[in-house]
Design a protein around this ligand. Structure first.
Ligand code: UDP
Length: 270
């Protein structure tokens, strides 16, 4: 039976768990003004566990090429990325750019994989995970999938990503506080999810707060992931585009990003 990408990374990680992280300061590269952490998937999982053990709040970004393009027109977002505890390279575009700029990164560390691995680890270690985001019903369906896939996964709460009114926000924050998760996954797309986390990080004090885009749509089966061969060849973006042509505007940021890399255009300092 072939392993899923997530299972592969998890088994790799288990082999590494006894090994201490070589350097507590997470190495980063400067991708034309945007911070990206120099981490692979196994190291990322170890770092996330360290964040959980520390009980201090951390904001984690999974950055793709669109993040870089969005950051150009949204300096608040760029500031959030550059001050985040961890920024994983979440796309082939970012890997390509890092290589072009002479700072090659090892592999893609995607939000959807990390989210699944955190759920798997939650089943082993018992820590709480909260799902916030996506259309009504999707986060709950996603949680149910994770509970079935990883019996014991402790998904302590879910909320959809359309809690717009102050009353809804207050109730949501109250619910999250009451459930005291160790991991909060926020799936509202870039940059909304990161801005929401940044605003509430200090008051919520959740060790791992991570923006995970369309992850709950994937977990719940509403969106399909590309087959493994496409993921491995860096063609996930093409699969998503064929599946959902409304993704065009996101995919269209790729040539903009590539041009900026090829012409060395830096983001402004923040
Ligand atoms: N979404 C949300 N609240 C909003 C806007 C979007 O919860 O106000 C959800 C949307 O339903 C989808 C996710 O955010 O589940 C964004 O997914 P997308 O695949 O666009 O994110 P990406 O990974 O491309 O950043």
């Amino acid at each position: 039976m072939s392993l899923t990408y997530a299972e592969e990374a998890l088994s790799k990680t288990r082999k590494l768990v006894s090994r201490p992280v070589p350097n507590r300061t997470i190495p980063t590269i400067d991708l034309l003004g945007m911070k990206v952490s120099r981490v692979n998937r196994a190291e990322t999982l170890i770092i996330l566990q360290e964040f959980i053990d520390s009980a201090e709040p951390h904001l984690i970004i999974t950055a793709d090429a669109s993040a870089h393009v969005i950051a150009r027109g949204d300096l608040d977002y760029l500031r959030i990325v550059n001050h985040a505890a961890l920024v994983t390279p979440d796309s082939t575009g970012v890997l390509w750019a890092a290589k072009k700029l002479g700072m090659a990164l090892e592999e893609r560390v995607s939000g959807v994989d990390l989210a699944e691995q955190l759920c798997a680890e939650s089943a082993r270690r018992g820590y709480g995970v909260y799902f916030y985001g996506a259309a009504p019903g999707v986060a709950e369906a996603a949680a149910e999938t994770m509970r079935q896939r990883y019996p014991g996964a402790n998904i302590v709460g879910t909320a959809d990503g359309f809690q717009g009114s102050p009353e809804q926000q207050a109730a949501l924050l109250e619910d999250i506080r009451a459930k005291r998760p160790a991991v909060l996954l926020v799936a509202m797309g870039i940059p909304k999810q990161e801005k929401w986390i940044a605003r509430h990080l200090d008051e919520l004090r959740i060790p791992v707060c991570m923006g995970v885009g369309g992850t709950f749509d994937v977990f719940s089966g509403r969106a399909k992931r590309a087959p493994l061969w496409m993921q491995r060849r860096g063609l996930e973006w093409l699969y998503r585009l064929i599946q959902n042509p409304s993704k065009y505007s996101k995919v269209a940021t790729l040539p903009v990003f590539m041009l900026r890399v090829l012409t060395g255009q830096r983001l402004p300092p923040v």
